[in-house]
Design a binder for this molecule. Structure first.
Ligand code: LLP
Length: 424
């Protein structure tokens, strides 16, 4: 569900014409819909609240890595949303956007001592500990401060799932978390330390998961462990169920609804009496954003291949190059005529800069505007300036209002970040 629709023959983001926006802000530009962000948070909130008996006061902690723009985070912060963070930078962003420390979870496989210290100082809700080595370092850092931060142990349930091997995190060989037996031992060790307060368990098995079965299996692992830990006399009051639910990138794709997902979690945790947290990233942001781009030209080769050359490239939207990801491409002004197969590419000098092969599209011409749909998660955050292409601008729309929330840098601004070596 999103708010990018045709009005008067032109694609709009809520009340804003993408054609008009391209004129004023230029392209390539990410455009986000506040109403879509609010709707997604609202659906999850409603589902969690309907299952309060099984899920407690569930925290919905947006995975900041999916879209860390400050205005996007502030939009969610105003709704009461929390944050799942994986670096000091992301904690700083969440705080700057108005998400209080008590709604911030700090996860990640390699947190530095300095980052752990920062998280303790900010009073984050919990630190998810992912390894024995990290527990040792956290205890040392906390001891230095005479602190005892709340922690959860991240379990690797040996259940991997997700849209691509590179975004599967719960498999036995994946770097995240510790296996069940080790997690039990770490919990006991943490309980014996005066410098950490183990409050629960966490898991996150992958991203773009389109089937509830592996998630359910992982939640059952956490349930069984909670019961086993309690039987050993430990207190377990929180379960962090991670994120990972997929979104329909293809127009007609069916993915489990947020309501079904939350209901499944409630079913698994019924009667366990824990407070839960969910860490949705893609689910909240993907369909809340598009990447607006202009056709530079169409290269019709004599060998029959037809390349649609856009002014957006792999540096702006890496997902197709990295994960062979599919993003629907739509003209901003519907074009009449029979669809033709195009290879959709950007101007970057490598073949990896291919968004789609043999994609059937209406006949497009130089100057036409197009959008990549479902680009609000893992789009702008993963972009770079390869080929010295300025970072795409970002715009937030709210009804008829629009704001540039990250301007496209000028070349002078880009070069100013690189002071010349003194001897040159
Ligand atoms: N929690 C943890 C601990 C995570 O590692 C992640 C994502 C999430 C939550 C949010 O997962 P989501 O609900 O968005 O699936 N760049 C890739 C996705 C990487 C996801 C990494 N972890 C992509 O573009 O598909």
């Amino acid at each position: 569900m999103h708010h990018f629709d045709l009005k008067d023959g032109v694609l709009h983001a809520e009340g804003v014409s993408l054609e008009a926006l391209a004129e004023t802000v230029g392209t390539p530009t990410y455009v986000y819909s506040s109403a879509t962000l609010r709707r997604h948070y609202g659906l999850l909130r409603e589902a969690c609240d309907a299952h309060r008996d099984a899920l407690g006061e569930a925290l919905i902690a947006f995975a900041v890595k999916a879209n860390s723009n400050l205005s996007v985070l502030a939009t969610l912060a105003r709704l009461g949303c929390g944050a799942d963070t994986v670096s000091e930078g992301e904690i700083r962003r969440a705080l700057a956007a108005g998400i209080p420390g008590e709604r911030i979870i700090f996860s990640g496989v390699g947190k530095t001592d300095a980052e752990l210290a920062f998280a303790i100082d900010q009073g984050v809700r919990q630190i998810n500990v992912e390894s024995s080595a990290e527990l040792d370092r956290l205890i040392a850092v906390a001891a230095d401060k005479s602190a005892a931060p709340a922690i959860a142990i991240r379990v690797n349930p040996k259940i991997g799932a997700g849209g691509h091997a590179k975004i599967t995190t719960g498999g036995a060989g994946d770097k995240f978390g510790v296996p069940v037996e080790e997690a039990m031992a770490l919990y006991a060790r943490a309980s014996a330390s005066p410098h950490v307060t183990p409050v629960g368990l966490a898991c996150h098995i992958g991203s773009q998961i389109t089937d509830l079965a592996p998630l359910e299996a992982a939640f059952r692992v956490l349930r069984d462990m909670t019961e086993a830990l309690r039987a050993q006399g430990h207190s377990v009051t929180r379960l962090d169920l991670g994120g990972g639910l997929g979104v329909p990138y293809y127009g007609d794709a069916a993915t489990p609804s947020p309501a079904d997902y939350i209901a499944m979690a409630a079913r698994v945790l019924e009667g366990l009496n824990v407070e839960t947290a969910f860490e949705p990233g893609r689910l909240m942001a993907a369909n809340a954003g598009v990447l607006l781009s202009r056709v530079i030209q169409v290269n019709e080769r004599t060998d029959g291949r037809r390349f649609l050359v856009l002014d957006a490239a792999m540096n702006d939207l890496m997902r197709p190059a990295l994960y062979d990801a599919f993003h629907d491409l739509k003209p901003v002004r519907p074009v009449e005529g029979e669809a033709l197969p195009y290879d959709v590419v950007g101007p970057v000098c490598e073949t990896g800069d291919t968004f789609a092969r043999d994609r059937d599209l209406p006949p497009l011409q130089a100057g036409d505007l197009v959008v990549f749909m479902s680009a609000g998660a893992y789009g702008a955050v993963m972009s770079g300036e390869y080929n010295t292409r300025p970072l795409a601008a970002e715009v937030l729309v709210d009804g008829a209002r629009q704001a540039v929330i990250r301007p496209r840098p000028t070349y002078d601004e880009m070069f100013a970040r690189e002071p010349m070596a003194g001897w040159l």
